[in-house]
Structure formats: structure tokens, C-alpha cells
Design a protein around this ligand. Structure first.
Ligand code: NAD
Ligand code: TYD
Length: 339
């Protein structure tokens, strides 16, 4: 079958392409990506020359290009990873988040309807549920938790979810949604917590922890996320939302200390900086529905996952050094210069 993956030059999309080509030999994969600051064609180097793979540089908001591509490829499934994905950037400039995450998803939904695509999967986030208090460890997000987005990023993702569900209900559209917790692993852009801390520690630069460092995130190794999407795409029920979580809650400060230990770097590099505006306190996912209905569970524990990740950044220094020497430098100066 032919699978169209949008945003496949980014972190999770690229890992999904590698995963899928390995798990489903014989399938064709088409990757559509605008190559924003977060998209890197070099990430896809291992598959670019493979005959079953095609890369198209385009914007998911560009309806004419989508029409042409759907006419050429007739994908049997579309998985939408394409998004503006960084909360801090959404706080600085929300508009592009609305454009890509809401209008872009709408354009894809319409293309799938127009060409009768049998399956569409929207990759969403646990951040659509807002946050949980730090002193109620028994609380977790389920699929029926109210949407209560805190940041422009999560509000735009929640909007895309609502639109997808509305298409399912109104048009009998064959869509599914997954809401996953924080991912980590190879090829993550170094503006996100784990790769930023690894890259800074390796350069003996300060490790900027927002606020108290007590905020909690639920970490999942990226390959486990890819496997969950594969299952939902093939066996999930249409019109349904599935939560995906790692059952691995960690305070940011504990995670940063852990990275220091793994790299043999002193904790004196840790610097507390001004908190993020509207900073979500805690995310915790109940993925019971996915476990019981589809038999999924995370296979990579945090010990193994963080070591694999650190090893990848050590072995692929050129990849991230090139990124942090480009326009990222201006971003870093703006966000952290006077914090
Ligand atoms: P990323 O920022 O690393 O990659 C996003 C990709 O989308 C990039 O390759 C970028 O070039 C592309 N893109 C952006 N705008 C586009 C447009 N208008 N048209 C076409 N391509 C465009 O993001 P990621 O971390 O890989 O996240 C992928 C998806 O997973 C997102 O939808 C995100 O909301 C969701 N998600 C991420 C996490 C996480 O921890 N990273 C957790 C849960 C859900
Ligand atoms: P991030 O990787 O941006 O993911 P998200 O905000 O989508 O969960 O941040 C993860 C956590 O780490 C979040 O609580 C904010 C915090 N953080 C820092 O303390 N310092 C940093 O430099 C960054 C990027 C994040």
C-alpha cells in the first residue's frame, strides 16, 4: 500500500518512515514536508534513494499541490505529523501555528475526502488536555478528559482534533486520532528539552531549567509511538481517539540531572531561568484503551531509551552541530539571551 506521511522530515515523522519501511517491506511511502526550520532533509538521507520512497517539498496548506499529489499517488493512508510543534515558539508568534496546525489539517482532510482516501490519522498530543496538578498523582488524562489547552500550540492541536472528529461524525470520514505524551529519541530538533540539554552539556554550556524544574512530563521513546500509530492505522476504530503514554513521569530537574550523569558532566552547569508563560505543571497519560483494544505497550524503558538517545547525539554530532550553527543561533539568543 501507499502511505502519505506529512511532516516526515521532522523528528517523529522521520522515525515513523524508518519504522514503517522496516516493518512493512513492499509498501510505498511518500513524504510531504515544507522543510521549515524544524525539517531536515539530511535526516531522511538513509531512505532518500530507496525506490519505494518519494520526497515532495510542499506545504500542507497548498490545496492545489495536494490535489496533484493525491491524483498521482492515490494514497491508501495519510498520517499527518506536519505541524509547528514547539510551545515556546507558539508563545512568541501564534499565527503560523494556526495556519499549519489548523488550516493545514483542514486542507488534508478535504483532500482525503475528495479522493476517497480509505484512512486518515491525525497525530495529536496530550497537551490538548491542559495540565494536571502536581499534588494529585492519581490523576491522569483519559480520552474523555475535557480539552483544556494552555498554549497557542496546544490550542491549535485541539482545534485540529475537533475538526477531524467533526469530519468523522458529519461525513462518515475514516479518521482516527492519537494523543501522545512527550517523545524522545534520535533526530529530535535541539530546541526541545532532552536534545537541548544533551547538546548544551556536550558543549559545556549552561543547562537552562525553567522555573523550579518541578514540572512533570511523561516520556515515551519515539519508536514506541511509531508502533502505536501503526496499530491504530491498521486496527483502530474509525472516529476514535487513542491516548499513548510512556508511564514514565519525571520532573524536569531529575531528567536534566540524569543527562549530566550519563554524560559525566557537572550539575553546576544547571541554571534556573525565568519560567515559561502559562507553563503546564504535569502531564500523565492513561493509555489503557490502546493497551486493551489493540494490545500495545511501550517496549523501550527509560534507561535504554535515554542511553540510545544520548549515543545517537554523540555519534551524529554533525547533524545537530549544523542545525545549531544556522538560524537556530538567533532563536537561542532571543529565547535565552536575557532570560
Ligand atoms: P517537528 O517540529 O520535529 O517536525 C515537524 C515537521 O513538520 C517538520 O519537518 C516541518 O518541516 C514540517 N512542517 C511544518 N509545517 C509544515 C507545513 N505547513 N507543511 C508541511 N510540512 C510542515 O515535530 P515532531 O516533534 O516530529 O512532532 C510531529 C507531530 O507529533 C506534531 O503534529 C506534534 O504536534 C505531534 N506530537 C509531538 C510530540 C513530541 O514530543 N515531539 C508529542 C506528541 C505529539
Ligand atoms: P519541551 O521539550 O519544550 O516540551 P513540552 O513543553 O511540549 O512538554 O519541554 C519539556 C519540559 O522542559 C517543559 O516543562 C519545559 C521544560 N524546558 C526547560 O526547563 N528548559 C528548556 O530549555 C526547554 C526547552 C524546556
Amino acid at each position: 500500500m501507499t502511505v502519505l506521511v506529512t511532516g516526515g522530515a521532522g523528528f517523529i515523522g522521520a522515525n515513523f518512515i524508518f519504522y514503517w519501511l522496516n516493518a512493512h517491506p513492499g509498501d510505498r511511502m511518500v513524504c510531504l514536508d515544507r522543510l521549515t526550520y524544524a525539517g531536515n532533509l539530511s535526516t531522511l538521507r538513509p531512505v532518500l534513494e530507496r525506490p519505494e520512497f518519494r520526497f515532495v517539498k510542499a506545504d500542507i496548506c497548498d490545496r492545489e499541490t495536494l490535489d496533484r499529489l493525491f491524483e498521482e499517488e492515490h494514497p491508501e493512508a495519510v498520517v499527518n505529523f506536519a505541524a509547528e510543534s514547539h510551545v515556546d515558539r507558539s508563545i512568541e508568534d501564534p499565527e503560523v501555528f494556526l495556519r499549519t496546525n489548523v488550516m493545514g489539517t483542514a486542507a488534508l482532510l478535504d483532500a482525503c475526502r475528495k479522493y476517497g482516501t480509505p484512512r486518515f490519522h491525525q497525530v495529536s498530543t496530550d497537551e490538548v488536555y491542559g495540565d494536571l496538578p502536581l499534588d494529585r498523582p492519581e490523576l491522569r488524562f483519559t480520552e474523555t478528559t475535557n480539552l483544556h489547552a494552555s498554549s497557542p500550540y496546544s490550542a491549535s492541536k485541539a482545534s485540529a482534533d475537533l475538526l477531524t472528529l467533526a469530519y468523522c461524525r458529519t461525513y462518515g470520514f475514516p479518521g482516527t486520532i492519537s494523543r501522545c505524551s512527550n517523545n524522545y529519541g534520535p533526530c529530535q530538533f535541539p530546541e526541545k528539552l532532552i536534545p537541548l540539554m544533551i547538546a548544551n552539556a556536550l558543549q559545556n554550556k549552561p543547562l537552562p531549567v525553567y522555573g523550579t524544574g518541578k514540572n512533570v512530563r511523561d516520556w515515551l521513546y519515539v519508536e514506541d509511538h511509531c508502533r502505536a500509530i501503526d496499530l491504530i492505522l491498521r486496527k483502530g476504530r474509525i472516529g476514535e481517539v487513542y491516548n499513548i503514554g510512556g508511564d514514565c513521569e519525571l520532573e524536569n530537574i531529575a531528567l536534566v540531572r540524569r543527562i549530566c550523569r550519563e554524560l559525566g558532566k557537572p550539575e553546576s552547569l544547571i541554571t534556573y531561568v525565568a519560567d515559561r508563560k502559562g507553563h503546564d505543571l504535569r502531564y500523565a497519560i492513561d493509555s489503557g484503551k490502546l493497551r486493551h483494544e489493540l494490545g500495545w505497550r511501550p517496549e523501550t524503558g527509560f534507561e535504554e531509551g535515554i542511553r540510545n538517545t544520548i549515543r545517537w547525539y554523540l555519534e551524529n554530532r554533525d547533524w545537530w552541530v549544523e542545525i545549531i550553527s544556522g538560524e537556530y543561533r538567533d532563536y537561542y539568543e532571543k529565547m535565552y539571551g536575557n532570560r
